[in-house]
Design a protein around this ligand. Structure first.
Ligand code: KG4
Ligand code: ZN
Length: 361
């Protein structure tokens, strides 16, 4: 609808320069420039390389998104940008660009949370999120179960990883198996040729006395590394596809089991899964099966919207505008450790300060 807010979203928290355009909950454009190939030989994202790549890609990526959506910058209702969490230098490039566009166009600026964006993006595919939303957020840096009564201002963590994030575990196990970086997509592909029951790897924090909604993947990662090293030391060939499939099975088993348990505990009849690891084909299939058995409606965006992109930032920005949330100040900082409980960084409320002139806040 033409009266819904038209929002530009900019994402630069890691190695993808993402720019999205959204009108309300409708996706108009989603353009991504990735520096992933430049990091591959280092085995991980190099912050300085990512920042430089964002700087070079920023303006052309914004221009392509506007052209794809066939809208003019002057028609925007707001500019949204990932303010955190993420790599400080990489975030700064996006935040600076967003400020420049917002200031030049005279439009409100919204510094939003990367993690809340990973959840809100599902509105572009499956319509408005239910309230509350139960979300399993699984990315390279975070693994959490979140209950969000309102994605624009009320996100409550039920549990999180106590060590490695799910994506981090995929990346580390991929390195052990010699599959390169990033490891998630490589393990996903290889696991299709393997037997998920070949090795029974440990399921962390699933004992009766363990925290029901927290995760631990570091023991699993170590178990995989030990298993592989033992075979190699004995001169045996490592059945790489079987190990990949068995590792992936352990991760997805724990993630889906705890997510469904959280839905039942909170009386929520649906589950949203977001973040890069939600692109995993086995996680998607297992969640589909187990949610169906439990009578829970599953919402997972298509894989391209699970990994980092600008559309998710625009989606949350549009929701902020639609719900009348206070924009950010032009002095908006990049906050590399922005907590998941803060969906955006509001500026000083102008009406409020006006009526209370002279008071300090
Ligand atoms: O959300 P994301 O793109 O960036 C962060 O915010 O961290 O997530 C990146 C993570 C990486 O660890 C990557 O290996 C993992 O998501 N990932 C996958 C798949 N695609 C990306 N993990 C498992 N299976 C996949 N298909
Ligand atoms: Zn992400």
């Amino acid at each position: 609808m033409a009266d819904e807010p038209l929002v530009l979203g900019i994402e630069t928290s890691c190695d993808e320069t993402g720019v999205g355009l959204v009108r309300g909950t409708t996706l108009l454009a989603d353009v991504i420039a990735s520096s992933v190939d430049e990091h591959a030989r280092y085995g991980g994202v190099v912050p300085e390389i990512a920042s430089r790549a964002h700087l070079e890609a920023m303006v052309p990526t914004i221009e392509r998104a506007l052209a794809d959506a066939k809208v003019a910058a002057a028609d925007l209702d707001a500019v949204a940008v990932t303010a955190g969490p993420g790599l400080a230098g990489a975030l700064l490039v996006g935040v600076s660009a967003a400020k420049a566009y917002a200031y030049a166009l005279g439009k409100p600026l919204y510094g939003v949370n990367h993690l809340a964006s990973h959840i809100c993006v599902d509105q572009l595919e499956h319509g408005p999120l239910p309230q509350p939303t139960m979300a399993l957020l699984v990315s390279g840096g975070h693994s959490s179960l979140l209950l969000a009564p309102d994605i624009t201002r009320d996100v409550r963590p039920l549990g999180a990883t106590i060590d490695d994030a799910a994506g981090e575990a995929f990346d580390k196990v991929a390195r052990v198996l010699g599959l390169g970086f990033p490891g998630g997509p490589a393990i996903d592909r290889l696991a299709r040729e393997g037997d998920p029951a070949a090795v029974r790897f440990p399921r962390g924090l699933t004992g009766p006395r363990d925290a029901p909604f927290d995760f631990s993947f570091s023991g699993l990662k170590t178990a995989v590394a030990r298993w592989v090293e033992t075979r190699r030391a004995a001169g045996e060939t490592v059945p790489v596809a079987d190990v990949a499939a068995s590792f992936q099975e352990a991760v997805t088993d724990v993630l889906t089991r705890k997510a469904i348990k959280a839905c039942k505990a909170e009386g929520v009849d649906h589950l949203m899964i977001g973040g890069g690891v939600a692109a995993n084909s086995r996680l998607r299939a297992m969640a589909e099966e187990r949610c169906a058995d439990a009578g829970i409606v599953l919402r997972v965006p298509r894989p391209g919207l699970c990994t980092d992109n600008g559309a998710m930032v625009a989606a949350l920005g549009a929701e902020m505008v639609a719900r009348g949330r206070t924009p950010s100040a032009l002095a908006l900082p990049a906050d590399s450790s922005l907590p998941v409980t803060e969906p955006h960084i509001p500026g000083e409320d102008h009406h409020h300060t006006h009526h209370h002139a002279g008071h300090h806040h």
